[in-house]
Design a protein around this ligand. Structure first.
Ligand code: FES
Length: 157
């Protein structure tokens, strides 16, 4: 996928955790930032936060399930992620995101009513040479523009 100088999402997450190490009172703030970075809060992310902030894991689970805003998993059958990292942003990721939002009738961070697609704008996926990059579940698509991205998701319908 070529070399990439961008930080990965996990690098960014670790920086956030480092900045709040041992600060239990920052839990909600860190969860917000983590969701912004990762798109959602899978178990391993919650574990890393619990450990970093010295908060019992059960408490982290409790907070995450209490607030509607937090999502534990990308919910759609097909999870679309559009990289909105610097390289992708510069090469047109915002247009790709809004094109998909329009085609799916949802905003980034949401799931279609039929549960088929969820859309997330995420940090650098580590494939900047192919910017803008989109992934659907594990499959990566490079050099996206809105039209191509919409064509691709149509194949999943
Ligand atoms: S910015 Fe690196 S893959 Fe998008």
């Amino acid at each position: 996928m070529g070399t990439c100088n961008c930080k990965t999402a996990w690098d960014e997450l670790n920086e956030v955790i480092e900045a709040y190490r041992g600060q239990e009172s920052a839990l909600i703030e860190v969860l917000h930032k983590a969701q912004e970075i990762m798109g959602y809060l899978p178990r391993d992310v919650q574990e890393a936060i619990a450990e970093g902030l010295h908060v019992p894991l059960n408490k982290v689970y409790g907070v995450v399930s209490f607030y509607h805003h937090f999502s534990v998993e990308p919910k759609g059958k097909y999870q679309i992620a559009v990289c909105n990292g610097t390289a992708c942003y510069v090469k047109g990721a915002p247009a790709v995101i809004s094109g998909l939002e329009e085609a799916l009738g949802i905003k980034a961070g949401e799931t279609t009513e039929d549960g088929k697609f969820s859309l997330a704008a995420v940090r650098c996926l580590g494939a900047c040479s192919l910017a803008p990059v989109m992934t659907i579940n594990q499959k990566a698509y490079g050099l996206m523009d809105a039209e191509r991205a919409v064509e691709i998701i149509r194949q999943y319908e």
